[in-house]
Ligand binder design. Sequence first.
Ligand SMILES: NC(=O)c1ccc[n+]([C@@H]2O[C@H](COP(=O)([O-])OP(=O)(O)OC[C@H]3O[C@@H](n4cnc5c(N)ncnc54)[C@H](OP(=O)(O)O)[C@@H]3O)[C@@H](O)[C@H]2O)c1
Length: 442
Amino acid sequence: MQQANLGLIGGGTVGSGVYHALTRNAALLTSRIGVGLGVRKVAVKAFDEPRPYSIPRRLMTTTWQEVVNDPEVHVVAELVGGTSVARTMILEALKLGKPVITANKALLSKHGEELFATAQRHKTNLYYEASVCGGIPIIKSLREGFVGNQITHLYGIVNGTCNYILTRMSREGAEFDAVLKEAQALGYAEAEPSLDIDGFDAQHKTGILASLAHGFWVDPKDIYVEGIRSVTRQDMEFAAKLGYTIKLLGMVKMTAQAPANRKSDRRQVQVSVYPALIPSSHVLASVGDVFNAVFVRGDVVGDTLFYGRGAGKDATASAVLSDFADAVLDLKCGSVNRVPAFVSHEVNGSVVPIDKVVSRYFVRLRVADIPGTLARITRILGDARIGISSVIQPEGQRETFVPLILMLHESPYGAVCAAFEKIRALQVVKGKPVILRVETFG
Ligand SMILES: NC(=O)c1ccc[n+]([C@@H]2O[C@H](COP(=O)([O-])OP(=O)(O)OC[C@H]3O[C@@H](n4cnc5c(N)ncnc54)[C@H](OP(=O)(O)O)[C@@H]3O)[C@@H](O)[C@H]2O)c1
């Protein structure tokens, strides 16, 4: 194979970034993989849309089928987004036996199983490095670099918007709403920010990482998700006093009842997304602003850390170019599925229901500042066998209801929720308790 051409569907942030990066580094890539590389066609919705990098008009079409069906397009990249037409585009290309690259985590999360099966059936491959954490090569690392490891723990700061907001709240003592508004003005948050701040984008990415690490397809419906809307400046301040920083974490953890070395056992994995208190001394606590990081613990390798830009035209283009090089090398060597897109090696695995997940907790209550309040609360916790590791009631408060912070020992989430339903009903407690998990990476 002398020359391999990429057909892009989508010429927006990522698509134009890929065009620009490939134009800049085509000679370098060619010298590395021994095949000439180029972009043959780019499908867009409208020719005159503004783009981060310009794309020559002669390459553009508004008919995506022209990209998929062009015999001179050897690899197709779907960089459109969404879960409807993008699915059709990918299926059409795979059915023609063409390798496909996608950055579309929402689509993979919803239809990944079908897309991977279609690729297998048509003896081609689907590459998706850009779908999780932009420029960080976490997919390749999990699939190839850690192929000899049982992935026991994975913690990801996988949403740049949330990390930016939490970083600014913590650094400046600012409230969530004010920082969100500024993030929107700066282009770090969407006008409709729910996908990011309610945790759904992190859910898509965490599900993909969990599926890859554990070899059974994780249904997004099984992933417990809490976003960052309820995190307040006050929580940040109390957490800091206790030596913690609050981060939105995507978590994939093998539970104790899942022996690592017996294939016949049904694997149980915690897969969840929520804001958690992490020790301020932990390396993930220093991952600030829009940066992403993934902390992976393998049973052979131990602890590893990946850090970088999780989005943006250039970082994401870097991941697409890596996939393009892999696809071309597979075509050149005739080694289709040398590294399959997804291997279901633990088909019987399942996600642990969140009620059964055990962790430590930080709880903030507003309580009446009168004798006996603490005793009534601790009695309910004691009856539920939930241990308290520390209690803070800041002095100098003048209101009738004052904050009370409880740090709890490890307990199942279901038991903690049930206990705080009872505590909430006490007359000495005002409002809904704020319950955040504490992650100590043990
Ligand atoms: N942006 C990031 O930093 C980032 C990072 C990682 C992954 N991703 C993923 O990458 C994908 C693309 O994101 P993006 O930010 O690049 O989106 P974008 O800027 O909105 O670009 C989308 C592109 O798709 C084109 N398009 C839409 N409908 C089309 C159709 N029916 N036929 C042909 N072209 C069509 C648009 O054409 P026009 O230009 O004419 O409007 C545009 O060029 C998404 O799945 C996203 O989740 C993005």
